[in-house]
Design a protein around this ligand. Structure first.
Ligand SMILES: *Cc1c(COP(=O)(O)O)cnc(C)c1O
Length: 492
């Protein structure tokens, strides 16, 4: 176990020794109110530079990462980020920019952002994009604000949003935050939107439908055109959660399916790294009717130059400081330009083949309840292990012992003991075979030694965490002689 950096401290040991101070000391209370001054000096670890480097390098190696391990819920958690993206984002012309530099000095990045918007339009078939939102969820919120502003402009009172029961939790949350009430749509027996159920709920109060395509079961909404036409007949809009675009690049365009508004998750589909909560990017695309409602500022062409459009009476307003997470946007742009039209289309096709290969390979050990040819992901059920007192959670934790990151479990809610699997396009057949073998061994262990599986993981620096306690009573402080929660959490 790696000790805390404080435990490595040796009084007097130094990393850096600055030259002696030749500025006369002054009284800090002349600048800082006395009640805000600390009474005793902070205790810092006293360590050499080499101690710091080794400590943090070792800590970084205790973590799972996409650079060291297979992630069975690929693009959603993290997919491989080609290193050319990092090379481009690190170019001084991008990395040294200041957001307050005037447009005349920043034509290069404005060109990139403008082109990225156009590339996203070409990929999705939408008419215009904003790159501001910092995540998928913020994109949803922005999109629903646009939907609300549209109905207001049409002087229509619409207060409900229809959302399928297979939706990601952020969908109803975004609808509620935008002031809508949510009506749940039960999925049909095939796991798709049931058109009859939709018709029964399509009242004059519906502002729009919020769907995910392919849906969270990895299934394409076959009736999407009929569904969109039904909504449009009622003068309601169709919002598409585009988090699953990994299946559609160069294959199908939401704009051609009758979608009015969608968000993309650049940190999923377009491979930009996202860990520990960010940063991400959730650009929102709309039809031409809705373009003037997009957040401001927007990058516009004026003569030969690009400028920021700051004014616009219809816009829903600003949703992020400056212009979003620009470093992420540079990476996504590089990803798109380096793969090109054919490369993107191949990426989606290979992602689909990989998912279907693994689904077929796993058929014997983990059945898939909505079992049809899937797109980029599928959802298996671990119901069978319950007879041994084990659940999907335990199986996912045991996968960590086999060198696989734990996939998402218990989502979508319509599959019992759900295990969600998305191998992505960059994983080889050998990696997929190893994963299938690991899962097979775990199922055998469930029968021979369920107690062991129930307490997994066993081979990691820490074993099963008490995640409820960690969330409810986070203890992030270290005091001499007291270990933080995570070291003592032990087995459940
Ligand atoms: C990941 C995801 C979201 C939320 O996106 P964030 O970028 O994490 O905010 C919404 N819907 C679906 C289907 C997702 O997979």
């Amino acid at each position: 176990m790696e000790p805390l950096i404080f435990e490595r401290s040796i009084p007097g040991r130094r990393g850096y020794v600055p030259p002696p101070n030749d500025v006369p000391p002054s009284d800090p209370s002349a600048f800082i109110p006395p009640d805000q001054l600390r009474a005793t000096a902070a205790t810092w670890p006293e360590v050499a530079e080499v101690d710091v480097i080794r400590h943090y390098t070792r800590l970084s190696q205790l973590n799972y990462s996409i650079d060291t391990h297979f992630y069975p819920l690929g693009s959603c958690t993290m997919k491989h980020n080609p290193r050319v993206n990092e090379r481009v984002a690190a170019l001084p012309g991008f990395s040294w920019l200041h957001p307050l530099q005037p447009a005349a000095h920043t034509q290069g990045i404005l060109q990139l952002l403008h082109e990225l918007e156009q590339l996203l339009c070409a990929i999705t078939g939408m008419a215009a994009f904003t790159l501001q939102p910092a995540a998928g969820a913020q994109g949803e919120l922005t999109g629903l604000k646009i939907m609300a502003a549209y109905h207001r402009r049409q002087q229509r009172h619409r207060s409900t949003i229809l959302i399928p029961d297979s939706a990601h939790g952020t969908n109803p949350a975004s609808a509620a935050l935008s002031g809508f009430s949510v009506v749940q749509l039960p999925s049909g027996p095939d796991g798709l939107i049931d058109v009859r159920e939709l018709k029964a709920r399509l009242t004059g109060d519906v502002a729009g439908l919020m769907l995910t395509n392919p849906n969270t079961l990895g299934l394409f909404e076959r009736d999407i055109k009929t569904i969109a036409a039904l909504l449009h007949e009622q003068e309601a809009l169709v919002y598409m959660d585009g988090a699953n675009m990994n299946a559609l690049l160069g294959v199908a365009r939401p704009g051609d399916m009758g979608i009015d508004i969608l968000q993309l998750n650049l940190h999923k589909t377009f491979s930009t790294p996202h860990g520990g909560g960010g940063p991400g990017a959730g650009p929102v695309g709309v039809t031409s009717t809705l373009a003037d409602l997009l957040p401001l500022p927007r990058v516009r062409q004026r003569g030969k130059s690009l400028v920021w459009q700051e004014e616009g009476t219809a816009s829903v307003g600003r949703v992020h400081g400056f212009y979003g997470n620009v470093g992420v946007l540079v990476r996504a742009y590089t990803y798109i330009r380096s793969l090109g039209r054919d490369g993107l289309s191949r990426a989606s096709r290979v992602a689909i083949i990989n998912a279907n290969y693994l689904k077929t390979k796993l058929q014997e050990i983990c059945p898939v309840p909505y079992d049809r040819a899937c797109l980029h992901e599928f959802v298996a059920t671990m119901k069978a292990v319950r007879a041994h007192g084990v659940n999907a959670w335990d199986v996912a934790k045991r996968l960590l012992d086999y060198g696989c990151y734990a996939p998402t479990v218990y989502f979508p809610l319509i599959v019992e003991e759900a295990l969600m699997i998305e191998p992505t396009e960059t994983e080889s057949k050998e990696t997929l075979d190893q994963f299938a073998q690991a899962l097979g061994q775990i199922i055998a262990e469930v029968r021979s030694d369920p107690e062991m599986v129930r307490h997994a993981p066993h081979r990691l620096p820490v074993n099963r965490l008490d995640d409820v306690k960690a969330a409810r009573e986070p203890n992030l402080r270290w005091r001499p002689g007291r270990s933080p929660n995570w070291a003592t959490a032990g087995q459940r």
